[in-house]
Design a protein around this ligand. Structure first.
Ligand SMILES: O=C(O)CCC(=O)C(=O)O
Ligand SMILES: [Fe+2]
Length: 293
């Protein structure tokens, strides 16, 4: 079943209601995702990189589209975006489902972590055509329908309209199998004001829209993936340690300085966040490894 429009909520909406919409439609628009001040700060930090960037050189990424990644390295101001109660709340509710397992005679339940996987500004300019509709969780070769391994955000840095390339979404397409192809007739453009956010599941067919206006459309996309998958964008290489330390502990963990239960991501049998500790604490835990770096 395809629904005719995307459900719209406000930031103070009930989390359970938003999760229910996401489970049903695979997508939801939060009209007031960030406030004006947050948006202005992000523009101040990120616009120079966008201005300096050439158009993408691949047809898929868009020959009239500018893309800038490594966003945590470029700004300290992403905390309200990635900890937004509806975005982080929905990502946790949908992906952090306990998995039962036996360890000897003990039945245990392990709840996976989630992690920031990809960050990107996507600025679509006049003359850019529709991006091919795709599922972003195809990156991890997921089968559909199946458990959700990605919950993604598109923050409108500028207004999104049907004419300027507002993200095309096929509601409900996360329920489809892997043989059914997406068609542009089924896709609905995301229309939202600057500061709005589209949240969608990794199994939903979507793509950047075509821009037939004179004004570029700018969006910021950030993806949460299950913590036991490889990050799409390598956050350990993209974000310097000093910058990671400027973010609160919750965000550090979300950037990957955390173990996914039962134990993916350790360093010398310790939690990887040990590398964010002072040198003497690291030396006590890691010994000679610290000096061999
Ligand atoms: O720019 C957009 O609206 C969506 C871009 C997208 O889906 C992608 O590049 O994977
Ligand atoms: Fe995509």
């Amino acid at each position: 079943m395809t629904v005719a429009s995307l459900t719209r909520v406000r930031s103070d909406a009930d989390l359970d209601d938003v999760v229910a919409v996401l489970e049903r439609d695979g997508a939801v628009i939060v009209e007031d995702f960030v406030d004006h001040e947050t948006l202005a700060g992000l523009w101040a930090d990120l616009e120079p990189a966008l201005e300096a960037q050439a158009y993408s050189d691949s047809w898929y990424d868009g020959l009239r589209t500018r893309r800038v990644s490594s966003l945590f390295a470029r700004t300290k101001r992403l905390t309200p975006v990635v900890t937004h109660r509806l975005y982080l709340g929905a990502a946790r509710a949908i992906m952090q489902k306990p998995v039962p397992m036996w360890i000897g005679k003990s039945r245990q339940e392990m709840t996976p972590s989630i992690q920031i996987s990809a960050t990107q500004l996507v600025q679509i300019h006049k003359g850019q055509g529709n991006q091919p509709l795709h599922r972003d969780d195809a990156l991890h070769l997921r089968s559909h329908p199946g458990p959700t391994s990605r919950v993604q955000l598109m923050l409108a840095m500028s207004e999104f309209t049907a004419a300027n390339g507002g993200t095309q979404v096929i509601p409900g397409s996360h329920h489809w199998d892997d043989e059914r192809p997406p068609t542009t007739e089924e896709a609905i453009p995301t229309e939202m004001p600057a500061g709005g956010g589209l949240i969608w599941l990794g199994g939903v067919y979507h793509g950047g829209g075509r821009n037939v206006t004179d004004t570029p459309r700018t969006g910021m996309t950030i993806a949460y993936d299950l913590g036991n998958l490889r990050q799409e964008e390598n956050q350990y290489l993209a974000v310097p340690r000093e910058r990671v330390l400027e973010y609160p502990e919750e965000v550090r963990k979300l950037l990957g300085y955390d173990r996914c239960p039962p134990g993916v991501g350790w360093l010398e049998m310790h939690d990887p966040s040990i590398v964010l500790e002072a040198e003497d604490v690291q030396r006590a835990a890691l010994g000679a490894l610290v000096d061999s770096r």
